[in-house]
Each structure stands twice: as structure tokens, then as C-alpha cells.
Design a protein around this ligand. Sequence first.
Ligand SMILES: [Zn+2]
Length: 61
Amino acid sequence: MCKEDLEQMGPEAIEVIRAESGQQGADWEYYFPKLDSESTATAYLFRCRHCAQLGGYSDRH
Ligand SMILES: [Zn+2]
């Protein structure tokens, strides 16, 4: 998923990815726009089938 996908899914989705990445402030502002399915980093989002909690992570290539 890319930045636009996450924005469409709303602030909860963005926060899951941000929290997992361990980044904040300026680091996150720099990293977030780089999320792109074909580029530097990609975000993965899923909903737990047991408790419906939103989970996810991102990966740098
Ligand atoms: Zn769960």
C-alpha cells in the first residue's frame, strides 16, 4: 500500500503503520510519502480475524 491508500483508510490506518515503524515527527514526515508499492517502502495492513484489531507494518526495500 502507498501513502494515498493509507490516507483513504483514515487516520487509524496511518497511525498503525506509524507506530509500528517507530518513527515520529520529522522522521515520519519524511518516511510517509515514500510509502509506495513499487518504490522505497511499502505498507501492509490487515485486520485481525480474531479481535478485529487493525494491524500492519511497513518494509524498506
Ligand atoms: Zn487479534
